[in-house]
Structure formats: C-alpha cells, structure tokens
Write a protein that binds this ligand. Structure first.
Ligand SMILES: Cc1cc2nc3c(=O)[nH]c(=O)nc-3n(C[C@H](O)[C@H](O)[C@H](O)COP(=O)(O)OP(=O)(O)OC[C@H]3O[C@@H](n4cnc5c(N)ncnc54)[C@H](O)[C@@H]3O)c2cc1C
Length: 387
C-alpha cells in the first residue's frame, strides 16, 4: 500500500492556507509552518475585508477568473459550513471613461457581465452619502462584494486540521527548493515531497534571488470610519466604491456584517520591510487617505475616525501573480499585490490539481498570471474537484 504524498507549506496567510486546503483535498498529507498567530495581524491577508469584482480594466484574464473564483469560494463555504461573502455590487467613478473604465466596460460587455453607466445625479440619488464632484463617468455592477477576510482565514485554520493538516508555529530561516526542505530558527528541518512557499510580503527577503528582483514589499495605509447617523442607511445598501479620480483616488469598503467602513488609496508605496514593527499609521498618513476621500464622501468631517493602520502586501510590477516552480519539487506563490485575496481559494485548488498531476504544472504559471485561460487539462482537473 503506497502512503500519501506529503506537502510542506511555508506561510499561513490566505495563500498558504488555500494551498493546504487544495492539497489536502488532493490526498496530500500537509504541514503548514507559520511564524505568527493565525490569523496573522502582521500579514497581508487580514483585516476585516477584501473585495471581489469582475471589473478588471484591460486585464480580461483576471476578469475571466472571477466566476471560477466564486465557484472555489462556494466549495470552501460548504467545507466551512458558513458563507463568508457579502454581496454588495460595485460602483466605480472617475473623471473620464478612458483607461481602466474603457477596458472594464469593453470586457464586461464582451463576456455578458451586467453593468450600467450612471449619471452623476443618478449616483447621488441612489447613494446620497456621495457627492457628484468631478464625476465624468460612473459604472455600476450588481455583481461583486466583500469577502470577510479575517473570518475566512480563521475558518480555514479551524477546518484544515479536520482534513489532517498540521499547523505548526515556527520561523523558517532557510529554504532549500531542491530538497523541498526548510530550516527553522531552532535549527530543526522539515521536508516533504513538495514545498510551497507562500510568504506574502516576506517573500523578497526570504528569496532574494528568485523573488526580490520582481516583487517589492509595500507598506499601505488604511483608515477605519464610522459614518454619522444620517448617512448610515445609505451606507447599509452601498456598493464597494472605487474612486479612480486623477487627483488621487481611493476605495471604500462599506460597513457590512458588523465591520467598519474602510478606506484606502490605490498608490503603491513600494517601501518598507514586512518584518518591521511599523503597523501603526501616523495622523499625517491617515490624513493623506482622508484627503482623497473628502471630495467624494459628503460630510466626511462628521465621520468618526475609528483608527488607521499600515499593512504590507507584495507588489509585482505588472500586478501579475507568480505561481511558479523554484525547483521540480518546490512552488512559490507571490506577487499578489492589492488584488490576490479574491483568487486565493481558486489558486489553492489550481496549485493542488497541478501538484497531483505534474503534467499540468506548465499551464499553472500563465493562468495565474492572468495571461492565459486554464489549459483544458487544468480546467478539467478544477471541474473534477467539485464533481
Ligand atoms: C490593505 C490591503 C487591501 C487589500 N485589498 C484586496 C482586495 O480588496 N481584494 C483582493 O483580492 N486582494 C486584496 N489585497 C491583497 C491580498 O489580501 C493579498 O494579496 C493576500 O492576502 C496575500 O496573501 P499571502 O498569503 O500571500 O500573504 P500573507 O497573508 O502575508 O501570508 C504570508 C505568511 O507567511 C508567513 N511567513 C513569512 N515568512 C515566514 C517565515 N520565514 N517563517 C514562517 N512564516 C513566515 C507570515 O508570517 C504570513 O503570515 C489587499 C491587501 C492589503 C494589504
């Protein structure tokens, strides 16, 4: 009788946990090594929420991964016994309908995803907490919503041991891709048939040759708000908001399922080190974000600022995900920038399908990079998982 193949996963953010989930479903005996608590407040995968939407500018490849991503989340909800997604729809506003708008609209139309152009007056009639200031184009999409990130990560951490996955607290100080092995800070080693490195914004420091030239850790600021009572009803039925104004845009995640309203900006700082102890945001850093939101959110001065914090993610120059072999028995997941969470369950299943059937591995990299549809074999393997 042959024993199960083994897998070792470095990192228990959403990517490592999703890979572990997929691998366990494929019959691997999985061990996850994580340096911090899970969910990890220092990691890229939590706070309260992450957004999922079809509108993807000119990047049709990622738009086309959204429906499979939803199917993968549905599989996870069945495993977790709860749905951790709140549908809100999406509203994007901008100075003009060029660029990201043009690409999104063309791709949404080509693939038959519902969307509607709104006038500035229609925007404020539906969501009176917004202003019309500078809106040259507004696009509403009824699909899309909020993934309850910290609850998903916590749910996976509870679920995985029921599939036989071991979650181990430990800090890896060296990676040996050829031997699919890790050395931990206490000098002990771990190895397996397959090693998956999913170290989030720590990846550039862990893999200085393979990842650092392509991916930068990027410190980003978030501000949490409580709307004044007169705007609470409007926020309760609000879509997620993408403001792509030329003056500097921001995004807003509406307060759903007991979470606060959150705003952040679209710029990448591309500075900092995830290992640094700098997750507090200064008043000046918070004010930079509030300044982007002030022209759009009516009465912003009356909102209560609940807090501001910094978080890190791992930015790849073209914002394309890296899911690649470092050696025949080692895969790296990196470069998830500010948009990877929504695809985590899908990428975990895809990685695991290819790990179980190595002939599929070459198809994995261009698919995860949003540059190719899944090869027929990978598609069949993904469909078979849920059969
Ligand atoms: C503010 C913000 C907003 C975002 N918004 C969205 C959004 O709206 N939609 C979307 O789809 N995506 C979004 N993202 C992106 C998404 O959340 C990230 O791309 C994703 O969570 C990355 O997950 P990860 O598992 O790769 O990284 P992480 O969650 O950082 O996990 C990596 C883990 O590896 C561990 N680790 C690292 N080094 C070692 C070591 N040497 N030994 C042991 N353990 C180690 C770390 O402790 C960490 O827990 C956002 C990200 C941020 C930060």
């Amino acid at each position: 009788m042959s024993s199960s193949p083994t897998a070792l996963v470095l990192g228990a953010g959403i990517m490592g946990l999703s890979a572990a989930w997929g691998l366990a479903r494929q019959g691997f005996a999985v061990r996850v090594v994580e340096q911090d608590a899970v969910p990890n407040p220092r990691g890229a995968s939590v706070d309260h929420h992450r957004l999922i939407r079809h509108a993807y500018g000119h990047q049709a490849g990622y738009m086309r991964m959204i429906d499979p991503a939803y199917a993968a989340w549905d599989m996870l909800w069945r495993d977790l016994g709860e749905v951790l997604h709140v549908p809100t729809g999406v509203l994007a506003v901008s100075d003009s309908a060029a660029g990201w708008f043009e690409g999104s609209r063309a791709n949404l139309a080509a693939d038959g995803h519902a969307h509607a152009d709104l006038t500035p007056a229609e925007v404020t009639a539906r969501w009176p907490m917004l202003t019309e200031a500078g809106i040259g184009a507004a696009l509403h999409m009824p699909a899309g919503g909020v993934l309850l990130a910290d609850r998903i990560v916590a749910g996976l951490a509870r679920h995985l041991p029921t599939r036989g996955v071991t979650l181990e607290r430990g800090r890896a100080v060296a990676i040996d891709p050829d031997r699919a092995a890790l050395t931990l800070a206490d000098g002990s080693t771990r190895s397996a048939d397959l090693l998956v490195v999913a170290a989030g914004p720590w990846a550039p420091r862990l893999l200085p040759n393979a990842i650092a030239p392509r991916v930068a850790a990027s410190r980003q600021i978030l501000v949490l708000l409580e709307p004044p009572p007169r705007h609470r009803d409007a926020w309760a039925r609000a879509p997620m908001l993408l403001d792509l104004a030329d003056r500097g845009g921001f995004y807003a995640v509406p307060p759903v399922a007991g979470t606060p309203l959150k705003i952040g900006d679209h710029r990448f700082s591309r500075t900092g080190d995830a290992e640094a102890d700098d997750r507090a945001a200064s008043a000046a850093e918070a004010e930079e974000i509030l300044a982007f939101a002030r022209p759009r959110l009516r009465d912003l001065g009356d909102y209560r600022v609940l807090g501001a914090r910094a978080c890190y993610y791992d930015v790849e120059d073209a914002e394309r995900f890296i899911l690649e072999p470092l050696a025949p028995r080692c895969l790296v997941m990196s470069g998830f920038s500010g948009h990877g969470f929504k695809f985590a369950a899908l990428l975990g299943l895809g990685l695991a399908a290819a790990a179980a059937e190595p002939a599929l591995l070459p198809a994995l990299t261009p698919w995860a990079a949003g540059q190719a549809p899944p090869a027929p074999g990978l598609l069949a393997a993904l469909e078979a998982i849920d059969a």
